[in-house]
Write a protein that binds this ligand. Structure first.
Ligand code: SAH
Length: 213
């Protein structure tokens, strides 16, 4: 077996053993090369199940967390999805395989530009990245079938709740930064919202306004 095939097998095995079992999610993660989203000295660790540093003091999430969040979001092929926290663009690329259309927002211009470059290089044409404060959502493209937030807020931001379709699902980590946060699933009904706690996670904080670079 080639080194690459072996590496791929171990990558998928780690995902399965941590609970990523949905076929569509595994296929997406098999197809999208995480190595394309990690630059510099950490690139050789791209296939390990760990978070890694990316520019602007941010992190690309652990692959198993990307898989579990994508699974928890229950994405349908016709869905329009909003992601808050583009970071490297890896999670958006996975969502792009599961959904019809993906909009992703980050407060750092530099991260958005780098992610957009990778989307173009890989021919991922159904993803668009924007520089903006994601806590306001993306009113011009709302409402969304699914919303995924990859930075932790103390509470679900009101504009994001408002931009979810009836029947829509939002997954987000809530809690204080620097401590363990809880990943929750919010489902919007005709008359309100349901909240379910899924697991403990640790994300960088959702910050206000735009970043310096
Ligand atoms: N999903 C990313 C990892 C996200 S790290 C990936 O797959 O690589 C969290 C990201 O959220 C960081 O890039 C950070 O800049 C961004 N972020 C934090 N607060 C934000 C806000 N208010 N609006 C938009 N992005 C925000």
């Amino acid at each position: 077996m080639s080194d690459e095939a072996e590496r791929q097998m171990q990558f998928l095995y780690a995902l399965r053993s941590r609970g990523v079992t949905e076929a569509r999610v595994l296929q997406a993660m098999e197809k999208i090369d995480r190595g394309a989203f990690v630059r510099g000295i950490f690139s050789e660790r791209a296939y390990e199940d760990m978070p890694l540093p990316i520019p602007c003091g941010q992190t690309i999430s652990q692959p198993s967390v990307v898989g579990l969040m994508s699974q928890a979001l229950r994405v349908n092929p016709r869905d329009k999805v909003l992601e808050i926290g583009t970071g490297s663009g890896y999670q958006a690329a996975i969502l792009g395989q599961l959904a019809r259309r993906v909009y992703t927002i980050d407060r750092h211009r530099r991260l958005v530009a780098a992610a957009q470059e990778v989307f173009t290089a890989l021919g991922l044409a159904n993803i668009t990245a924007f520089v903006a404060d994601g806590s306001h959502g993306l009113p011009d493209h709302a409402p969304f079938d699914r919303i995924l937030v990859t930075a932790a807020a103390e509470d679900p931001p009101g504009p994001l709740l408002a931009q979810l379709k009836i029947g829509g699902i939002m997954i987000l980590p809530v809690g204080q930064s620097d401590t363990v946060q809880t990943l929750i699933r919010v489902t919007r009904h005709e008359t309100g919202y349901d909240y379910e706690e899924l697991r403990q996670v640790r994300f960088v904080p959702l910050l206000e306004g735009l970043g310096q670079d």
